[in-house]
Design a protein around this ligand. Structure first.
Ligand code: ADP
Ligand code: ASP
Ligand code: MG
Length: 449
């Protein structure tokens, strides 16, 4: 069984949905995991926010516009009049449910139910398309098997039991279609896996069905060596190890949801990133294996807050760092980077929800300073300490950029730097010189030092 995930742009209009239907594996059953049509989730979130702010007329108007987009898609998608009618009715019915939720005493619990309808729409239409094409396709409603626990972690046991139950009750299908992103939480309410979470859904499904491969289909030829949204002339990498890909995803490479690697790594399932708009391209293969040494790619993560903690007397005393980390533990706030000196420790967080409480708690035993609007720049590759020169070359590229923190040696896979967000694009562009001055070798895809 293969699991194929198609993102928002891959299912963004009728022509794209038809294209997806030509990309299915020929000789192996598959589960297709779809995102909402591009922009639909943003739009649905906006509708719920308008409703929360009691701007019902605007919310309903926005709902109508999104409905028109889906009705247009339904009209262009199907060959036959019968299916066009069915498609229109399906879309109208979902929007009827959205409007009912908005007008019947809307409360914030309804928001996630409304947001989930983006994926339900794209999957419903695509399933109808496969059926019209005469393919034996089965719909697997994600809300019947995808569940997170109290810690917002996937409940793998529940998911495995329930998806297998659904698969076994439709044993003659070779194509299964399901929603990415959406799930139920520990209370049974509709929830989701976070923005961009359809990649994660595909990885979780791959894990529980023991897939032979998870494919992530998007709008670019795999993982590039730098962020193509900010830097020109980036190029795709042909392979990365799970560790390298996980670092890139966590530190900002939008092509992969940060949690995607873990469920696949647990079972050694290869992940292949492919371009729906250019399926001939081989894409990027992620496996356990490191296939090349050296610097491979760069990514950036915005919205970082640096916290500097000073204590001239106690910093390096036994137990001090434990006290600091207990505060972050209490407020369930993960720390990304950390550097220390004799008198202070600096660390970064990407979630400011409990920042005030954290500052207050630490202020009891140390001085605290906070700098917002920071960006982590992450340089990823295979940097064995025995191979010289990586850090020097990275820092040399960044000589025009003020660097706030540097972290190196935590793993073989990254050199991480913190800069003011103002310098992000400059830093990424300067780091592209790492690849320009050292042309990538066709097989290794890395710079040998
Ligand atoms: P989808 O809707 O298919 O999930 P996303 O927009 O989430 O697609 O991810 C694909 C986008 O990620 C690309 O269009 C590209 O702009 C962006 N991106 C950021 N960093 C990278 C990178 N290192 N390699 C490839 N794409 C990247
Ligand atoms: N539709 C969701 C989002 O826009 C999930 C995804 O696209 O992966 O975040
Ligand atoms: Mg995505």
């Amino acid at each position: 069984m293969k699991v194929l995930k198609f993102g928002g742009t891959s299912v963004g209009n009728a022509e794209r949905l038809k294209r997806v239907s030509t990309l299915l594996p020929k000789n192996e059953p598959c589960i297709l995991v779809l995102s909402a049509m591009s922009g639909a989730t943003d739009w649905l979130i906006e509708i719920t926010e308008l409703a929360q702010n009691k701007k019902m007329v605007d919310a309903i108007e926005k709902g109508k516009q999104l409905k028109d987009k889906h009705i247009k898609t339904a009209n262009e998608l199907f060959e036959t009049k019968m299916y066009r009618k069915r498609g229109e009715e399906f879309v109208a019915n979902i929007f009827h449910r959205i409007i009912s939720k908005l007008v019947d005493s809307f409360d914030s619990d309804d928001s996630k139910g409304i947001v989930a309808m983006g994926e339900q729409l794209s999957v419903g239409l695509f399933h109808m398309l496969l059926t019209e094409q005469g393919k034996r396709a089965t719909y697997l409603p994600a809300l019947e098997y995808m569940r997170i626990d109290r810690e917002s972690e996937p409940d793998l046991f529940y998911i495995e039991q329930n998806i297998n139950r659904l698969l076994h009750s439709n044993p003659f299908s070779t194509i299964y279609v399901t929603e990415g992103f959406i799930c139920r939480n520990a209370q049974g309410k509709i929830d989701n896996l976070g923005r961009g979470g359809s990649d994660y859904s595909a990885a979780i499904i791959g894990n529980v069905v023991n897939a032979t491969e998870v494919q992530i289909w998007t709008d670019i030829d795999g993982v590039h060596n730098n962020d193509p949204r900010y830097v020109d002339n980036t190029t795709p990498l042909r392979s990365l190890s799970y560790d390298e890909a996980a670092e890139l995803a966590y530190f900002g490479a939008k092509i992969l949801h940060p949690q995607t690697i873990h469920p696949c790594r647990m079972k050694g399932i290869p992940v292949l990133l492919k371009n729906t708009l250019n399926p001939q391209d081989e894409g990027t293969l992620l496996t356990e294996k490191v296939r090349a040494k050296g610097i491979k790619a760069v990514a950036a993560k915005d919205g970082i807050t640096a916290i500097n903690i000073r204590s001239s007397r106690m910093l390096l005393a036994y137990g001090f760092l434990k006290r600091v980390f207990e505060v972050f533990d209490t407020y369930k706030t993960p720390v990304d980077m950390i550097t220390t000196s004799e008198v202070s420790v600096s660390l970064t967080i990407d979630n400011n929800t409990h920042l005030n409480e954290i500052i207050q708690s630490i202020s009891w035993f140390a001085q605290v300073e906070v700098e917002r609007n920071q960006t982590i720049i992450c340089v990823v590759g295979d940097f064995l300490a025995t191979h010289k020169g990586y850090a020097a070359r990275v820092l040399d590229c960044l000589r025009e950029v003020p660097i706030r923190m540097i972290s190196y040696g935590g793993s073989h896979n990254n050199i991480t730097l913190l800069v003011d967000s103002h310098y992000k694009v400059q830093a990424l562009s300067m780091l592209q010189h790492l690849f320009i001055s050292n042309p990538i070798r066709p097989i290794a895809n890395s710079i040998e030092v």
